[in-house]
Design a protein around this ligand. Structure first.
Ligand SMILES: Nc1ncnc2c1ncn2[C@@H]1O[C@H](COP(=O)(O)OP(=O)(O)O)[C@@H](O)[C@H]1O
Ligand SMILES: [Mg+2]
Length: 351
């Protein structure tokens, strides 16, 4: 298959996305696909895109080209009107499938998905609406509450509106404050006292106008992948220091990750059940990964759903697949196959 791996972009998770994209591209090549790596924002100048799929050393070249954009991308994104880089859509139109290795805004939030849908370009993972709903932790909270998935008690705050006083909302410290549509724990803080709470609000509002404040759950942290409607083994994440913040997520050795998690069978089934339910409630497709906490009393809480979870070989979802005996290239192949199913279903409906 001709596959374009779309990575990079302008979100705060650009760096992670480039790693995901490079590893996925390598793996898909190993599986015999004609896979190419393209930065969704940088694109490709000139005419080279026309025979991109027949260039053998595309990957190394692509990575250095993409990285050469790292320093200027934020500045450029402020002035350039079109998000898609030169020839990105042309390249995607010539492929059988686009593997979305993007994370965060303009990647995981449904906008790319909507654009690709309208161009008739096939891509991996969830469609536009599901991506948009899962990206917003406030909307996720409301849908999960209505559907019976336990979440930490919390509120949505808008910049400049309503009271920020916890007692006005029947809440108390400690709380976790996070931007509604962030990822990779960027802008997330745990506030143990009033001064820290004020600072946490400022930090989250620096990223977005809509934020959430929720009860801090003291306990263990887990994540559960869902592929094709089925839950993967539960993984436990235990940071050596602090919570699962940006550093602990990406610095090797800073968290102990155990899969399958050491949990009673009934807790595993309960968490996997919520993961599958959450995936369905948000209309997610092909694959996703849901994050959980478990309080000291054994109560399970869902934190959020990720529609384009990290996909480096040491990321959580690949570790869960490995526990089932699926290696990284095998997982990348599987994600392509389950994503194709979406389009086969559409075709049957139209027939
Ligand atoms: N209510 C909570 N109680 C305890 N820890 C939390 C809570 N919410 C978030 N965290 C911590 O912050 C991290 C990031 O939060 P999460 O909601 O998963 O957002 P994202 O991963 O999109 O940045 C979690 O992995 C967890 O370590
Ligand atoms: Mg998370």
């Amino acid at each position: 298959m001709k596959i374009v791996v779309l990575a990079g972009g302008t979100s705060s998770e650009r760096a992670v996305s480039i790693v995901t994209g490079t590893k996925v591209c390598e793996a898909l090549r190993e599986k015999g696909h004609l896979a190419v790596l393209v930065d969704v924002f940088a694109g490709l100048e000139g005419d080279g895109w026309r025979n991109l799929f027949s260039t053998d050393d595309q990957l190394e070249e692509a990575v250095s080209y993409i990285e050469s954009w790292n320093d200027k991308i934020q500045e450029m994104s402020k002035t350039r009107r079109e998000f898609f880089g030169p020839h990105v859509l042309d390249i995607c139109k010539g492929a059988d499938m686009v593997f979305l290795a993007l994370h965060g805004a303009n990647g995981e939030d449904g906008k790319i998905q909507a654009a690709l849908d309208l161009f008739g370009i096939r891509y991996t993972g969830t469609g536009a609406i599901g991506s948009g709903m899962a990206m917003d932790k406030g909307i996720t909270k409301q849908i999960f509450a209505a559907g019976g998935i336990p979440m930490p008690k919390g509120i949505i705050l808008w910049r400049g509106e309503g009271s920020r006083r916890l007692e006005d909302h029947g809440m108390e410290l400690p709380v976790v404050v996070k931007p509604c549509s962030g990822g990779s724990s960027i802008g997330v803080s745990i506030a143990w006292d009033q001064a820290a709470y004020e600072k946490a609000l400022e930090e989250a509002f620096a990223w977005e106008d809509k934020i959430i404040v929720e009860d801090h759950i003291e306990g263990r942290e887990f994540s559960v992948g869902v592929i094709d409607g089925e839950a993967l083994p539960v993984i436990e994440i235990a940071p050596l220091k602090g919570f699962y913040d940006y550093r602990n997520k990406y610095e090797p050795g800073s968290a102990v990750e155990t899969c399958p998690a050491d949990l009673p069978e009934e807790k595993v089934r309960e968490m996997q059940g919520y993961a599958k339910m959450g995936h369905r409630l948000l209309t997610l497709e092909a694959y996703s990964r849901l994050d959980f906490m478990m309080g000291a009393d054994g109560q399970i809480y869902c934190l959020e759903a990720n529609t384009l979870p990290g996909m480096t070989p040491t990321s959580l979802l690949p570790q869960e697949a490995a526990a089932l005996g699926i290696d990284f290239p095998g997982l990348c192949e599987k994600l392509i196959q389950v994503s194709i199913k979406k389009y086969e279903k559409d075709a049957r409906r139209r027939a």
